[in-house]
Design a protein around this ligand. Structure first.
Ligand code: B16
Ligand code: MG
Length: 214
């Protein structure tokens, strides 16, 4: 029935949201803005540029193009410094065993992330070799909820969308998977994630055999 699994990165395989949060908080000092946890939730799955626009809107700060360009670069430098210490212990619980089961049962595996830093994170955590295809922020032109990232993943694997299952922690990503005609498993809280075919709080709760019930 299903041939491939497409994984989001941040919040699904590893918890880099904490590093994005820290980096945006440090940047916010330039315009006296303190990012809240609730606001950080809204930044999940959306691109770096869109994140800054949202933050400036919340801060009621009118920035010039020059300031924006400088701040995007600065935020990423802080973020790169924070993720430079990442290691395999930061892979979320149950992920490796789940990927193992998928490989054993012949599923293809792709990454579908909005992050331009996905490659570095996969390397640092030792996850790179699991993937048959990697689609990240460097190759997509339209960010989630547009389905482009997942459609490109399906194409790279040579699978029709209907044979793909997406794993996502962000509402924008769930909407993207649905718009692409794929099944989607939400990773997080069922009260936050709407429209997923199933929601798990962690991969420790899921067996590959259960995917057939989707
Ligand atoms: P970068 P995902 C997304 O990754 C994050 O959830 C989002 O918070 C971030 O703004 C975006 O990547 C871009 O990241 O600044 O590293 O290019 O969840 O799609 O794996
Ligand atoms: Mg995510």
């Amino acid at each position: 029935k299903y041939k491939a699994c497409l994984f989001d990165l941040d919040g699904v395989l590893v918890d880099t949201a904490v590093y994005h949060f820290q980096a945006w908080k440090i940047l916010g000092k330039h315009f006296n803005f303190e990012l809240s946890h609730e606001q950080n939730e809204e930044l999940k799955g959306i691109s770096r540029v869109e994140s800054l626009d949202k933050i400036l809107h919340w801060a009621h700060f009118q920035a010039t193009q020059e300031q924006k360009g400088r701040w995007l670069k600065e935020k990423n430098e802080t973020y790169l410094e924070l993720i430079s210490h990442m290691n395999p212990s930061e892979i979320l619980p149950g992920v490796i065993s789940f990927l193992d089961q998928l490989k054993e049962q012949g599923y293809l595996i792709a990454l579908g992330s909005a992050s331009k830093n996905a490659g570095i994170i996969l390397e640092k955590t030792g996850l790179t070799t699991w993937f048959n295809a990697i689609i990240d922020g460097n190759v997509v032109t339209k960010s989630k909820p547009d389905p482009e990232v997942f459609l490109k993943g399906a194409e790279a694997l040579g699978c029709p969308a209907t044979a793909c299952i997406v794993f996502e922690d962000a509402q924008a990503g769930i909407d993207a998977a649905k718009a692409g005609g794929m099944k989607v498993v939400g990773v997080g809280s069922p009260t936050i994630l709407r429209g997923a075919d199933k929601v798990i709080s962690s991969f420790t709760e899921l067996q590959v055999s259960e995917l057939l019930l989707l």
